[in-house]
Design a binder for this molecule. Structure first.
Ligand SMILES: [Ca+2]
Ligand SMILES: [Ca+2]
Ligand SMILES: [Ca+2]
Ligand SMILES: [Ca+2]
Ligand SMILES: [Zn+2]
Length: 627
């Protein structure tokens, strides 16, 4: 064995081998590159205050202004109009100097498909701003914007979100696109909506004094609480409901509010009539998004911002049907999983494992999503990764119909993190008020107060949380959430596939024949195409092409793995029999290819080029001569 190795060494050494690297992307120097983490990174080159929410007119102006300033990196378009005729503006971010946006792997980001979830707009705008302002200063951002495209649609449901931002509203309303619906069946559409009766800018709850009522004021007079002792003396109240008038005089208040079907049940995959009515893609706001995505097969992954609950909801491959498992077997499997996770968390507290068995040809997608979710848990800190559902949701269509990895982020929560001291997952009014007092320094609560109501006479209003505390954070917390989330999106984009020719070796065979071996690697988490896109036949295969000097020809060899190194039977390669071979590279995978070439004369060159729809291109050449 030793002797053979020695022989081989001698044979190779008679060749002078020179590697020439052909650089693909030209290098663009960063004139303002900041090397100190404590230094200025450009954000104030275009100042945006993150200490407030914006109306549609305001945030679309911000988009247009920043695009003008960074026109070499950004373009704006309207992907279509909402039901009420508002433009859905999308900003496309990529360095134009390094290629066209449609030729680079892209991240889709949208916010506020539910109109009340306007912190999703803040997060989308923040990502836009971070990428553009830091491009010249920050090497990481520079590379991302050079090599990827970001399609950012800050406010998807533009009608409802504008109403939510500008007018007094409950934290969870208005939510749906403005398709007229007759909720009370009286033949009129949206004829009795909520109103801010006391004009304080909040939609709170109305109570009326009633000796037989079931509510009383709490000792500190901030809450309406249930009466426990019937005999106890004092004021009693009856609860009426949300602030508003009886606009149509039918004796009911707020019985026919604005808003149609749930837009995040309106997408085609897993759609059902009950939630997504009247038919898939019936809402123009959703259809415009899906049509844009269909027309842009370079979209590799997507983020969809919602609130609330601090969740990283990712699309996973379909679960294998459980084959006649008994409940006991099922439970034992879950316990095993739990034990493995506990073991993993001894060394990484962010480790994740998910209870989903998938078919072998989906395993890589499952592994990739697990790895990404683990990093998400680390970057976002107090967010919990979970597998997302189908049900006509936007991310389900992205993954299952387009083959792009997708993530639904539930932003913010006062529910289990900021306020829930006893950790039972619920927030009592008392716990909430403690948060208001300590961290919001008194803001965030509507105190009960007397009001004259035109229909009801003397009433009380109050005893509720204010709009921007429950589902949309108080303005002071916007940037904290937005920054972490921008980091996670950027991390994912940084893991988009990148194909590289790693090394080329030349080994003499017999006479004028030579084995050329080339390694192609992808050291990113994501594969060159998802398992799902392969299933959908939407993936474009990666391709390796061989070129040679005139005196070198590629010898035809049969397909199938070839052992190029007789000393190492495991070092098998796929032969490039003709001019090219097609393949698919998984995340963190290296594939080897070989070609048998015949050379006349004493010197020549062989060049390899790889081309991948999402993983870019690379080219390397090897010159060799027999000395
Ligand atoms: Ca009606
Ligand atoms: Ca209605
Ligand atoms: Ca009010
Ligand atoms: Ca009414
Ligand atoms: Zn939502």
């Amino acid at each position: 064995m030793k002797r053979q190795k020695h022989l081989k060494y001698i044979m190779v050494s008679i060749l002078g081998i020179f590697l020439l690297m052909a650089s693909i992307a030209p290098v663009f120097a960063q004139k303002k590159l900041q090397k100190s983490p404590g230094g200025y990174h450009g954000e104030d080159d275009f100042h945006i205050s993150w200490k407030r929410y914006y109306s549609y007119a305001e945030w679309t102006k911000i988009m247009h202004d920043i695009q003008k300033k960074y026109s070499r990196l950004a373009d704006i378009q309207s992907i279509g109009k909402s039901r009420m005729g508002r433009d859905q503006y999308l900003i496309t971010i990529t360095a134009k100097s390094t290629g066209r946006h449609q030729d680079k792997p892209a991240m889709w980001v949208d916010g506020a498909i539910h109109g009340n979830e306007i912190n999703g707009i803040s997060c989308s705008l923040y990502l836009m701003w971070y990428l553009l302002t830091r491009y010249d200063y920050d090497d990481y951002v520079h590379q991302l914007v050079n090599t990827c495209t970001f399609y950012i649609l800050p406010g998807l449901n533009v009608d409802a979100k504008d109403s939510f931002a500008r007018f007094p509203n409950r934290p969870s309303n208005p939510r749906e696109p403005y398709r007229p619906e007759d909720n009370d069946g009286d033949g009129l559409y949206d004829e009795d909506q909520t109103e801010d009766v006391d004009g304080d800018g909040e939609l709170s709850t109305m109570y009326i004094e009633d000796p037989k009522g079931g509510y009383k004021l709490s000792p500190d007079k901030r809450l309406f609480i249930r009466v426990s002792d019937e005999k106890e003396a004092g004021l009693r109240f009856r609860r009426i409901g949300s602030e508003g008038y009886d606009n149509d005089g039918d004796g009911m208040i707020n019985e026919d509010d604005i808003g149609g079907p749930d837009p995040n049940r309106n997408f085609p995959y897993g759609w059902s009539l009950q939630a997504g009515n009247p038919y898939p893609m019936s809402e123009p706001e959703c259809r415009n998004v899906y049509e844009f995505q269909l027309a842009h097969p370079n979209i590799y992954a997507s983020f969809h911002y919602h609130n609330q609950g601090r969740l990283i909801m990712f699309q996973a491959p379909p679960a294998l049907p459980s084959r006649n498992q008994t409940p006991e077997q099922r439970q034992s499997m879950q316990e095993q999983l739990q034990r493995r996770l506990e073991e993993m968390r001894k060394t990484n507290k962010y480790a994740q494992l998910f209870d989903r068995r998938v078919a072998p040809d989906y395993q890589h997608d499952m592994d990739v999503q697990t790895e990404i979710a683990t990093m998400g848990a680390r970057i976002l800190k107090n967010y919990v990764p979970v597998i997302s559902g189908l049900n006509g949701q936007a991310p389900a269509a992205t993954y299952y119909m387009l083959g792009a990895y997708s993530y639904l982020i539930e932003l913010w929560s006062t529910q289990a993190f900021e306020v829930d001291e006893d950790g039972d997952g619920l927030v009592s009014d008392e716990q909430y008020l403690k948060w208001v007092d300590i961290e919001l320094t008194g803001e965030g609560w509507v105190r009960p107060h007397k009001v004259n109501h035109p229909d009801l006479g003397k009433i009380w209003i109050g005893g509720t949380r204010k709009k921007h505390t429950v589902r949309t954070p108080p303005a002071r917390y916007i940037e904290m959430e937005a920054f972490k989330n921008a980091q996670f999106v950027m991390y994912c984009a940084s893991q988009f596939p990148r194909l590289e020719i790693d090394g080329i070796t030349v080994t003499p065979a017999t006479g004028d024949l030579y084995w050329i071996e080339v390694a192609v690697k992808n050291d990113r988490v994501y594969p060159s195409s998802s398992d799902r896109s392969v299933k959908l036949k939407r993936n474009v295969k990666d391709k390796i092409t061989i070129n040679t000097s005139k005196n070198i020809s590629v010898v035809k060899i049969p397909k199938g793995s070839t052992i190029v190194d007789p000393l190492n039977m495991l070092a098998s390669s796929e032969p490039i029999a003709e001019k090219y071979a097609e393949f698919r590279l998984k995340g963190k995978q290296t594939l080897r290819f070989c070609a048998l070439v015949k050379m006349s004369g004493t010197q020549g060159w062989v060049e390899f080029q790889v081309k991948s729809q999402h993983g870019g291109t690379d080219k390397k050449r090897i010159n060799f001569k027999v000395s």
